[in-house]
Design a protein around this ligand. Sequence first.
Ligand code: FE2
Length: 424
Amino acid sequence: MFDILIRGGTLPDGRVADIAVRGDRIAAVEPAITAQAGRVIEAAGDLVSPPFADPHFHMDATLSYGIPRINASGTLLEGIALWGELRAIATVDEMVDRAMTYCDWAAAMGLLAIRTHVDTTPDHLRGVEAMLEVRRRVAPYIDLQLVAFPQDGLYRTATGRANLIRALDMGVDVVGGIPHFERTMEEGAESVRDLARIAAERGLMLDLHCDETDDPMSRHVETLAREVTRHGLGARAAGSHLTSMHSMDNYYVSKLLPLMAESGMCAIPNPLINITIQGRHDTFPKRRGLTRVKEMQALGIAVGWGQDCVLDPWYPLGTADMLDVAFMGLHVAQMTHPAEMARCFTMVTETNAAIMGLKDYGLRKGALASLVILDAGNPTEAVRLRPDRLCVISRGRVIAEKARNDSRMALPGRPASVARRHRG
Ligand code: FE2
């Protein structure tokens, strides 16, 4: 007797299988399971996937769009300045409330693991306090990882480094940084060395905002790869954004990428934000500002897609749907080969989960019973349609359900069933 039986769904690898759940674990994944279950969910024709994971987000800033004003220039630098105004007035309760609303959105979208950077710049550390509370509240259904993120630079403020250490001591999970925002290239490189040492000494993961600029001479990723190799951090380290790589000299990149691959580090581009924010100082042609995704993957570097922002000082849109992120990434990185389109789905599920170091993830016996049923036939169709999440299960509990509803795509005056034809 199982608690839940999901019958006849299509897995991301194309297999059709039944999935049995007992307690918080997957008890079986087999072609046909005949045992009884407390609840049977029919999923024939639907995609059954492990949950979405987002390895790069800013939950202390989310859902604050327009407070106290909007980012008129649309640039990273005005966004940082605006965030400085917001964090000075935002209370712990306000940040918790906004983050909890976002987590509701995420859960409904099947996004059950999120790594969020938390600004450790202000001495009050209200953002850290708020996100620790959110992590505690959502723990039963969302894996929330916190990154100690010195937004204004590790060394640019008098207490930047001390506050990052305080945040880690308070229970923040991951060491963050922003070397391209330090005062000089030298101080940026020193911050990378310092932060990698802190991560290694504490046995923590490392995830730096790295070279989020159009300056082709911003090469802190080179130092990051060196330090990851030196400390043996491997896949427990990641470089986020890496946008300068878009503009780097090709000969230099031909040396850089093998060094990154040798280190075992991961990369987390954030296509919604990188395509929006980068290139703002250009006239024409305007650079895309997305890092070299396919080129890194060709060398075996794990590359995930991160969301970064939803309705905050840097981005006026967003839905908590990682398929929006994959859809944008696919376009900007020109990943239109069938294998590349399918890979974009894998990037927002399995690859992101691996980058976050999630344990017991995946659709296999013994893994945590966390999954999402989508109104799509396969991963590429899911990226194309960004369809309804029919059912979201976290650790053996159904946490979100939606009746199959075709009206989202039906045109006014046409029967809802027409929309089904969008599916292949
Ligand atoms: Fe970010």
